[in-house]
Structures are given as structure tokens and as C-alpha cells.
Design a binder for this molecule. Structure first.
Ligand code: ADP
Ligand code: ASP
Ligand code: MG
Length: 439
């Protein structure tokens, strides 16, 4: 039996947090492979080491003096080392980092040092072997994660090491350059390591007692989710429930390894189990709610568009030609709306509009900005009548105007579009009707 344990930034922000992590690992001898993040925030307005590294590297890149910024980063680690009373010096490591910043090795390299250094400390603290992720996690020439090569090299390496620390967030390109996953990517590393050692479970330790029905920053004390499927979780994490990186599902899903989200500050809590499928019904009709602000709706009208073959394809082509991905495309007989990310779309707006005129010759195009999308997700919705109706009435009672509704054919989720300013009210109303009053 083996367990892979990934610890997030806030779980490793200080020596005190490291000690909690140490006790968790020592409490179970199956916790053999550890994936640490970089030190996160120690308190609310603190800065994550990853962000400090990006800023420090920006100075280096601009040819400015970055010594003080690098010193502040070094101090974060030294505080941890001192608090753990380790005989460890990172002086040599920081000399190399300074040299590589001067040589402008790239912001990916810079950011990766956060987990790299924390991994060295963790290995020394636990007495585990340290494996540099650049030697076992690979990307291909196009910068895409190379799952086959990684799995081959990493599994071989892990069979040699009984207990090891593999830092999260980065790997290397074919030419040896360091590359990171997107932000929050240590979750992905944990999943890759779990697959490579065929772990029985992938434990992901963070600062909340599992996946909660809604974002705790919006709903006070939301209830926890006991069991959630990979598919449900992906819908929620894609839509902003950032507990787990949305891509962390894939490696473990192939092997059927469950993920258990746990709280470093409350290790006795069971947390959330993320599984392939389950016969366990969720307590409520919905499993979770998540959402994001900052979308634009491009509304295209043309009489009889429904009978024009290829109309939809040509509409989307106008977005594709400008490198814009779309989120949702609800349509009517004579209208089609394309939801896009506002920040991506803003600068190319007029080019897309011109493209639409050229490609589909619409009667009118109307753009609405500052919209939010909310996903209501649940495997239980399929067998329950009236879910959409309940959402509508809850929103109407809260005076929220619904701009769009889109139900996926899997009946696993319902997506609702509202104005940015109604976002929080809408989430509260939906949470209330399904979880609190259960009307
Ligand atoms: P880590 O640093 O451990 O990787 P993250 O900050 O990435 O942790 O993820 C945990 C945070 O996700 C929580 O502190 C919480 O603020 C936020 N969060 C957003 N949506 C949810 C949700 N539905 N359930 C739990 N936490 C959520
Ligand atoms: N440290 C990285 C970040 O802040 C990766 C992670 O924490 O998962 O995004
Ligand atoms: Mg995270």
C-alpha cells in the first residue's frame, strides 16, 4: 500500500505548518511520496513565495537590481529552516539561482524554485530522498505534458526510492529547460506521482476540510461534500472552485485512484473523496455550485439562421480566426449567443465583429459585457424533476435577472448567466434553496 500526499502552499507557509505536515506524514507509514508546493501565505495579506519569485524575476529580466527581492525570498526559507532546527544551508542554491536570474533563464524557471527549495527542506526534515522534478516530469517540444515519457521514467525512479519528496508544479522540456504547469499546478504533479507509483490513494492536503458545496469566500460556512465524481469535480473546478487544479483529475482517473481532499489544520476531518463513480447519493439534489465573473455575450441575430447550413460553424470561425475560445453557445431560431472571456475578447472585439459581418452577414450584433457564469453541478439532477425551475424561482425571489441558461445533455450541470454584480446574490440564492431550505 502506498499513499501520495500533496501539501498546498498554506500548509507549508511556516515552520509551524511544516510541523503539522510532519505529524500527518509520520502518522501513517503508507504516506511514502510527498509533493510539496512553495510556501504560501502565512496570514491574510501575506505574499506567496511563487508571486515573490515572479516579481523578483521581472526585475532581473528588466535589468534592474533584484538582490533585495531575492534576499526577502531567502529569508522566508531561512525562517522555516530555523524553526525546524535543521542543519541545512541554502546559500549555494541561492548563488545558483542568482546566477540563473542574471542569465535570464526564464520566468518558469524562476517560479519553479519555490517548490524546488521547499522540496529540499521537506526531504531534509523527513529524512526522505529528494527527487528534482526536472529529471522525472517531462514536457514535449510543443510544451505539452508528455505523459508516457514521464510515467516511464518516474515509475522506474520511484521503485528505486522507498520514500521520496517530489516538488510540485514543474518539469522540464526536451532541451532541459524548466517549465511549470499553470498556477496551482502542484495538484497535477501529485496526481502524476500517484499514477506512477500506482498509489492506493492520492491525498491532497489544503486549508479547508474538503470540497465545499460553494466557495467559502461567498457562503459563510458552506457544508462539505463527502463524495464527488471526477466529472462533477471537473465541472466545478473549471468554473472557479479552485480547491483542486482542473487537470489534476486525468492521471489518476486512468488508474481509478481516488483523491481525498484533507485539511492540514484539521487532520481528523474525513474531507472529500473524489471517485470515478459511486452509488452513494449526494445529500442534496446538487453536489456543488461554482462560478466565474468576467464574460461577454456576443449576440448574433439573423432571420431564418436556423435553416442556413454551416451558420454556426462560420460564427465560431470568426472567433477562431482571432484565437478566442468560447465558453457557451446558447441559440434560438434566429439568434445565437457566444459567451467569451472578456479579457481575451476585449482587444479583438472589432476584428471579431468585422469577421462575423464577412462570414455570416447578420441582421444585428449586440455585445453585452460584465457577465458572470454560474455552474450548478450534480449527478442527482438527472433523476430529479424541476431543478431548473427551482433555480429560476430562487433567482427571481432574489431579484436576479437570468441572462442565459444552458443545460448540458449529460444533465450533470446547468449553467446560468447573470450580471457580474448579481453573482454573489445568485450563488447565495441557489445555495439557500437546495441546501438550507431544501424546498
Ligand atoms: P492550496 O494552496 O492548498 O493548493 P488553494 O488555495 O489552491 O489551496 O485551494 C483551497 C482554497 O480554495 C480554499 O481556501 C478556498 O478559499 C477555495 N475554494 C474555492 N471554492 C471552494 C470550494 N467549493 N470548496 C472549498 N474551497 C474552495
Ligand atoms: N506554487 C504554485 C502556485 O502558487 C503552484 C501551486 O501552489 O500549486 O501557483
Ligand atoms: Mg491549490
Amino acid at each position: 500500500m502506498s499513499k501520495v500526499v500533496k501539501f498546498g502552499g498554506s500548509s507549508l507557509a511556516s515552520a509551524e505548518q511544516f510541523k503539522k505536515v510532519g505529524s500527518i506524514i509520520r502518522a501513517d507509514k503508507e504516506r511514502k511520496y510527498v509533493v510539496p508546493s512553495a510556501p504560501g501565505k502565512r496570514f491574510k495579506d501575506d505574499t506567496k513565495v511563487t508571486d515573490m519569485l515572479y516579481e523578483c524575476y521581472d526585475l532581473a529580466e528588466a535589468g534592474k537590481d533584484f538582490k533585495a527581492a531575492l534576499k526577502a525570498i531567502k529569508e522566508r526559507y531561512e525562517e522555516i529552516i530555523a524553526g525546524l532546527q535543521l542543519e541545512l544551508s541554502l546559500d549555494e542554491e541561492f548563488k545558483v539561482i542568482e546566477k540563473n536570474f542574471k542569465a535570464k533563464l526564464g520566468s518558469n524557471y524562476a517560479a519553479s524554485r519555490g517548490e524546488y527549495l521547499n522540496g529540499i527542506i521537506m526531504a531534509s526534515y523527513l529524512g526522505y530522498e529528494f527527487i528534482d522534478s526536472a529529471t522525472v516530469i517531462f514536457f514535449d517540444e510543443n510544451g505539452d505534458f508528455d505523459a508516457d515519457k514521464t510515467n516511464e521514467v518516474l515509475s522506474a525512479k520511484l521503485t528505486e526510492c522507498k520514500k521520496a519528496v517530489v516538488p510540485g508544479f514543474y518539469g522540464s522540456l526536451p532541451d532541459g529547460t524548466v517549465k511549470t504547469f499553470s498556477r496551482g499546478g502542484s495538484d497535477v504533479t501529485g496526481s502524476i506521482v500517484a499514477k506512477a507509483c500506482k498509489a492506493d490513494v492520492y491525498e491532497n492536503w489544503t486549508d479547508v476540510s474538503g470540497f465545499l458545496i460553494a466557495d467559502p469566500r461567498i457562503i459563510e460556512n458552506p457544508r462539505g461534500i463527502e463524495v464527488i465524481t471526477y466529472r462533477e469535480l471537473r465541472e466545478l473546478s473549471y468554473m472557479g472552485a479552485t480547491v483542486l487544479h482542473e487537470d489534476a483529475i486525468f492521471p489518476v482517473r486512468q488508474e481509478g485512484i481516488p483523491i481525498n481532499i484533507r485539511n492540514t489544520n484539521a487532520p481528523e476531518d474525513n474531507g472529500t473523496w473524489i471517485v470515478g463513480s459511486t452509488c452513494q447519493k449526494s445529500k442534496y439534489v446538487i453536489t456543488g455550485i461554482a462560478g466565474k465573473k468576467g464574460f461577454c455575450a456576443v449576440n448574433i441575430e439573423k432571420d431564418m439562421m436556423n435553416s442556413e447550413i454551416g451558420f454556426g460553424r462560420r460564427v465560431l470561425q470568426a472567433f477562431e480566426e482571432n484565437g478566442i475560445s468560447f465558453e457557451h453557445v446558447p441559440s434560438g431560431i434566429d439568434t445565437m449567443t457566444v459567451f467569451v472571456h472578456q479579457d481575451e475578447f476585449m482587444h479583438k472585439e472589432q476584428k471579431v465583429v468585422a469577421g462575423l459581418h464577412r462570414l455570416v452577414n447578420p441582421d444585428s450584433i449586440d455585445i453585452e459585457a460584465d457577465l458572470a457564469l454560474i455552474a450548478v453541478v450534480g449527478r442527482g439532477m438527472k433523476s430529479t424533476r424541476g431543478t431548473a425551475g427551482r433555480i429560476f424561482s430562487a433567482l427571481a425571489h432574489s431579484n436576479v435577472n437570468v441572462k442565459m441558461i444552458d443545460q448540458g445533455s449529460s444533465e450533470l450541470n446547468i449553467i446560468i448567466g447573470v450580471a457580474n454584480e448579481d453573482f454573489e446574490t445568485a450563488i447565495k440564492a441557489i445555495y439557500d434553496i437546495f441546501v438550507i431550505t431544501k424546498l
